[in-house]
Write a protein that binds this ligand. Structure first.
Ligand SMILES: NC(=O)c1ccc[n+]([C@@H]2O[C@H](COP(=O)([O-])OP(=O)(O)OC[C@H]3O[C@@H](n4cnc5c(N)ncnc54)[C@H](O)[C@@H]3O)[C@@H](O)[C@H]2O)c1
Ligand SMILES: [Zn+2]
Length: 362
């Protein structure tokens, strides 16, 4: 006679969006004050770490250390990960301590992986400071670092105890980074349809930092992403829709040696996907993509993009998988839009079709 014990314990976590948040007050619902380490980067630390530490200390937390890594993707490396882990050990942080990630997607992914692995996992709180991190990377639990062989090749799924997005932190974010975050907002609005899609009319205002427009679009994005990842946390199915525009976008980034910002790459990638949707599904959303992305301050063309190189780079996208699960089929798999709010994923696309879509944005 077999007996079953339920060991799965899904722990939902709150994502707070506001302006001028007191971190200690926000976190008090999720965690008792204790010891903390803050991980941040060299752009964000000097501007924002002081207020976070002050909030935490006035709320009864003991901040053992503020670790500041160099700003930029290169900090999502095993070397910086190792250094950060040594810092935690040297600071005396124990299993009941909490790691606060204060920064963009780089800091969030790196710190999340540190928190997931230090002493087999400690509490993690995400304090995103870029628009991209607020709307995208801080929700969904994917954390990790890059290898020389490719991006995000080492990582884990980790649920933070709390995500607190303080829109006031965007005041110091460069305009180009606002636009890059808006690329993911446009992506999710197109995937979601309904009132979120309608709210994309606020994209131009958000670009110029209108507070209400930013708040509305951040909340829409967080709700949408949370819905998608709750349904399919480990990306066995529908979560794949979030890769809309990313198949060609990732290839553009790789070909540019990551000198092209992610948001700008996926803006062009989404436009290419709109061309593909027109060719394969008979839709007509190319102009809509161009309008939305332009009002976000994003390019819809990939300048100096050599289609052959881009196709070659798409071949090495780790997310590519053919129907039988092997990784060597000649077909690409795309997320396309059947309609606004009606994405389809896993659509087989031949090399020829992909080439035409790439040429359309060249
Ligand atoms: N985990 C996920 O699900 C997920 C999803 C999307 C992207 N990502 C990852 O996110 C990373 C990109 O994130 P990003 O675009 O936030 O990049 P980022 O973290 O490098 O931040 C962009 C730049 O803005 C600076 N910055 C951040 N906040 C600032 C502020 N408030 N004021 C002034 N400067 C500020 C940073 O120092 C950096 O120079 C990539 O590594 C990507 O792989 C992860
Ligand atoms: Zn993205």
């Amino acid at each position: 006679m077999a007996e079953t014990v339920e060991a799965a314990a899904a722990t939902p976590y709150p994502v707070v969006v506001g302006t001028g948040l007191n971190i200690a007050a926000e976190v008090s619902e999720a965690l008792q004050p204790g010891t903390a380490v803050v991980l941040t980067d060299s752009n964000v630390g000097p501007r924002h770490a002081g207020s976070v530490t002050a909030d935490l200390e006035s709320g009864g937390w003991r901040v053992l250390e503020v670790i500041e890594v160099p700003a930029g993707e290169s900090s999502k490396s095993l070397a910086v990960y190792e250094e950060a882990i040594h810092h935690l050990a040297a600071s005396g942080l124990t299993r009941d301590g909490t790691l606060f990630a204060l920064g963009g997607g780089v800091v969030g992914d790196l710190a999340g992986f540190v928190a997931a692995t230090y002493m087999r996992g400690i509490s993690f709180v995400a304090l995103p400071t870029t628009l991209l991190a607020m709307v995208d990377s801080s929700v969904g639990g994917k954390v990790g670092v890059d290898l020389p062989e490719g991006k995000n090749l080492v990582g884990a799924f980790l649920r933070p105890r709390l995500v607190a997005a303080d829109l006031a932190r965007l005041d110091t974010l460069p305009d180009r980074e606002i636009s890059c975050g808006l690329a993911e907002v446009v992506k999710m609005g197109l995937l979601a349809g309904g009132s979120f899609f309608g709210n994309l009319r606020l994209i131009g205002d958000a670009r110029t930092r209108n507070a209400e427009a930013l708040r509305t679009l951040v909340l829409d994005s967080v709700r949408f992403k949370a819905d998608v990842v709750t349904e399919d946390e480990l990306e066995m199915g529908r979560r794949a829709i979030l890769n809309y525009g990313h198949t060609i976008g990732h290839a553009l980034e790789a070909v540019a040696d990551y000198a092209l910002p992610h948001g700008e790459a996926i803006a062009a990638g989404m436009t290419a996907a709109a061309h593909l949707s027109r060719e394969k599904l008979g839709t007509n959303f190319v102009a809509l993509h161009e309008d939305l992305l332009q009002s976000a301050g994003l390019p819809t063309k990939a300048s100096a993009a050599d289609p052959e190189k881009i196709l070659a780079a798409m071949g090495s996208d780790k997310k590519r998988r053919s129907g039988d699960g092997s990784f060597d089929s000649p077909a690409h798999r795309f997320v396309l839009l059947e309609d606004i709010g009606r994405p389809v994923w896993g659509v087989p696309v031949t090399n020829e079709e992909a080439r035409r879509a790439i040429e359309a944005i060249a």
